[in-house]
Ligand binder design. Sequence first.
Ligand SMILES: [Ca+2]
Ligand SMILES: [Ca+2]
Length: 350
Amino acid sequence: MKKTNTDTRSTPQRLMLFGLMALVMFGAGRTVRATLITNAVIDVTDYSSSYINGSDQRVTRNTLDGILTPPAQTNWETANAEANNPSITYFLNNLYTLNSITIYNGTDGGSSRAFSNTLIEVSSDWGKTWATQSIQNLTSTAYPTTNPGQAVSNTPVNATQVRITQLSANKINVGLAEVQFDASRNLTKSSLITGVTATASSYYGGRVPNNCCDGLNKFTTDAELQWLSSAEPLPWITFNLGSIKTVNHLTIYNQNTPGYIRDVATFVISNSLDGVTYTPVTNPLDGTTTFSIKTSRGTDASGNAVYLGNIQAKYLKLKTLTKYGADNYTGLSEVEFWIAPRRGSMVTIQ
Ligand SMILES: [Ca+2]
Ligand SMILES: [Ca+2]
């Protein structure tokens, strides 16, 4: 039988190709540089202890908008009612080695509205335990035209979350302009599950269950783009992930319609492989079967990170136990499902 050789390239061409492949595999591909974690890969949970909720909302996400200078509307700033130890928490969505954390102090008028004595804590276990990374006294400048960043951590540390707390008492309307995280390694890589569908115990008009798992409009305040129960204060919703997945965590964007408080407060979540047998998931952070999320407020609909551990599921059923607000309607804006990280599989190259 005649042997057929379909590779018509000359030997020099093959050597050149081999060299190119070697360069990609062992040259450029090995050049690991620090990468700045940006808004695109940080999923910020609404962990700011408070914020100014006026015509201009000085919300958590403003510290990730890339604007380091005034106006104050591009800052996060705490509300008048909160005077003691306000904090802001970042959920990084993966486990990173952070080389440094840089804070750009608040730009709303100088030291009275900027952070001073500041505690930086990190968690590397999705929020179960926290460790002090550093305590620093930050400086501030009134209405800076350029805002110098202040490195508050230069010791590499593994982190899934970072919490920044102003330690001084009796200090209202304090805030930060921006926070940046520099990471050399992405130790784990979570990925988003798409194509999720949902059914629920009830829904109101066009505010159907699929609205909260279609991957769209997670920050919306339009009621018609969210899921809402119908005359049922404690509804359930079941999500179909399409196939069995190992789920690491959820990001839940609570019901968010100005003028109405209709958010989920606490819930049980059960997993199922077949849609028939459901088992309540144990909360990895406290050992109970109850999970809780924060109410959304105005246009600040930042997501709530809900860490599940690594559970197997094709279906996940969320049953509301308690709700915010007093009426008989409850719902969610959006739920994101994240596949379990693959430890040690990623090196981020910029
Ligand atoms: Ca900003
Ligand atoms: Ca949606």
